[in-house]
Design a protein around this ligand. Structure first.
Ligand SMILES: NC(=O)N[C@@H](O)C(=O)O
Ligand code: NI
Length: 173
């Protein structure tokens, strides 16, 4: 491999977030397109049950709801580290209309660069990452607040891994 090829990062294309494309990694949090919710509160609201088991209690864990006040990231963004929470899911919901990019890889062995996938939300969508899904820490496109629901326990559940080659999230606002 010549030097140029060695140094050139692999561009990671960013696709619009859809439930189908994100299914191997978790759940997209949004009202199902074209579907009515269950009427509640005397018909003054519709209910959509999105995730029935957030998996936050394994090995003495408990649910934690946090608020992340995120700065806007600059793109293209080089991915240097991925992480996973093996014992619980992690949910990100924007407070207000606020986009973010989510870089993921399937649970299991530390991911090869080619196994990464990247999605950008529409500003209203949230995600629940399945336990063990490899992901990059929150990449806010629009600065501001996100509600995060995750498993909390006496010991931190966060494995990290470096990538075997350079990868750049190839996206511009
Ligand atoms: N560090 C932290 O609490 N957040 C990460 O787990 C993340 O995925 O953003
Ligand atoms: Ni995380």
């Amino acid at each position: 491999m010549n030097d140029a090829a060695f140094l050139a990062p692999m561009p990671l294309a960013v696709q619009p977030l859809t439930p189908q494309a994100f299914a191997p990694y978790g759940t997209v949090l949004a009202a199902p397109a074209g579907k009515k919710g269950r009427p509640i509160n005397g018909g003054n609201a519709e209910r959509f049950d999105l995730v029935g088991d957030l998996q936050l209690g394994a090995q003495g864990g408990r649910p934690m709801l946090a608020l992340f006040r995120a700065q806007a990231r600059r793109f293209p963004h080089e991915v240097t580290e991925m992480e996973r929470h093996a014992l619980g899911s992690q949910t990100f919901v924007p407070l207000g209309e606020r986009r973010f990019v989510i870089v993921v890889a399937p649970a299991g062995e530390a991911p090869a660069p080619a196994a990464l996938a990247a999605f950008v939300t529409d500003g209203l969508q949230g995600v629940t990452l399945a336990p063990g899904t490899w992901h990059h820490a929150l990449l806010a496109v629009d600065a501001g607040d996100f509600v995060v629901v995750e498993r909390a326990a006496a010991s931190v559940d966060c494995d990290t891994c470096a990538l075997a080659a350079r990868v750049v999230v190839d996206w511009r606002d």
